[in-house]
Design a binder for this molecule. Sequence first.
Ligand code: SME
Length: 153
Amino acid sequence: MTGKEFSQLLPEIEHFINSGDERSIILNDICKLLKNKVDHYDWVGIYILDELNSRLVLESYFGKPTEHTVIPVGKGVCGQVAENKKLKIVQDVTQEGNYIACSVDVQSEIVVPILKGEKFMAEIDIDSHAASPFTTDDEAFLTSVCRMVSVLF
Ligand code: SME
């Protein structure tokens, strides 16, 4: 998928955000769009920070159900991003020491923080069944998506 093809999805996402629907519906729509439109996105979810309990809670997803609906901050790739507030790509999950396996089919993962100013609010988590599929185009696209989604928080 090229940068141009990725950028063609942004107006659709903007449309969801401006729909006036409640946040969980908008986030569901975004997960579904990303999973359906990008070949190497096999599971797309959005975890929200539960600051009081220092954990992430799965708000919306599209793909197979996961048992990892609650993840402590610091644990797994998702928990690391909640702690460091930095996008993380794992091109080969077998090489990641701090990883929570969801399905044997998953080979790689990208997690992108949703920030409100400097504050970590939530994150988009994407699993792929492909090896090393993520490029700087994924990074740029998903960073834009997260910036757009941040208005909902
Ligand atoms: N693999 C993630 C856990 C969430 S699942 O991918 C849905 C992690 O290591 O944090």
